[in-house]
Design a protein around this ligand. Structure first.
Ligand SMILES: CC(C)(COP(=O)(O)OP(=O)(O)OC[C@H]1O[C@@H](n2cnc3c(N)ncnc32)[C@H](O)[C@@H]1OP(=O)(O)O)[C@@H](O)C(=O)NCCC(=O)NCCS
Length: 190
């Protein structure tokens, strides 16, 4: 059953909510979520600067908040926010990345991530007419890989040593889903 709906990020209202739980992340936890785009210790100013980077038209970037569906009729201030994710660098009839997806720690392991992805994929393939949606996930992030597989993404390969942590390098899987796969159509033979 659908437990959530998507709405656009509203920086004025949502950045404080994001900071409230992301500020508790360790350096590695923050890096697992955002790579090296945001630096530990996270600050509200970094989140605000990142939100400005999202607010461009070329390439188009979209950031979403998933809210509990039961809050649909509720006043904005009673809304229950569950998760955040971006559809990043959307190109006309082309591709885009899912980036910086995070489910609030209180709501993990309940299928929120896959359901949110399902709704973002719908936006990507129907509204933005994409052919391919891709993402990178560190190889040790088993919860992330599971979540993406449940949403229909497939591993395409392991990218070695993509991210320097200050001590060592992390590997990341490239995962992707094509429009045909999302629609359940048979793929063209290679
Ligand atoms: C990755 C993430 C978005 C998944 O979202 P989710 O809503 O918890 O996804 P699911 O409910 O499908 O759970 C996925 C897996 O998480 C693990 N899991 C289960 N309960 C969990 C819990 N309470 N806390 C953390 N992980 C849990 C399980 O391995 C589960 O897979 P399974 O259903 O096959 O057992 C979420 O764990 C998260 O925000 N992690 C921190 C940020 C991050 O790593 N983002 C991804 C960047 S690429």
């Amino acid at each position: 059953m659908t437990q959530l709906r998507l709405r656009p990020l509203n920086p004025a209202r949502d950045l404080d909510w994001m900071y409230s739980f992301l500020k508790n992340e360790s350096p590695d936890g923050l890096r697992q979520w955002a790579g090296n785009t945001l630096r530990h210790p996270l600050t509200p100013a970094q989140l605000a600067a990142h939100a400005k980077r999202l607010n461009v038209k070329v390439p188009l970037r979209r950031a979403y908040i998933a809210v509990a569906r039961s809050a649909r009729q509720a006043a904005k201030e009673n809304e229950i926010r569950l998760a955040y994710a971006e559809l990043y660098n959307i190109t006309e009839r082309g591709s885009a990345f899912i980036t910086r997806m995070v489910v609030h720690p209180d709501y993990r392991g309940q299928g929120i991530g896959p359901e949110m992805l399902g709704q973002i994929l719908q936006q990507g393939f129907e509204k933005y007419r994409l052919h391919r949606i891709e993402l990178n996930v560190y190889d040790f992030n088993t919860a992330g890989v599971r979540c993406y597989e449940k949403a229909g993404f497939r591993k395409e390969g392991l990218m070695r040593g993509t991210t320097f942590t200050g001590r060592d390098y992390w590997n990341a899987y490239r995962m992707a889903i094509l429009e045909d796969e999302w629609r359940g159509r048979p793929r063209d033979p290679a």
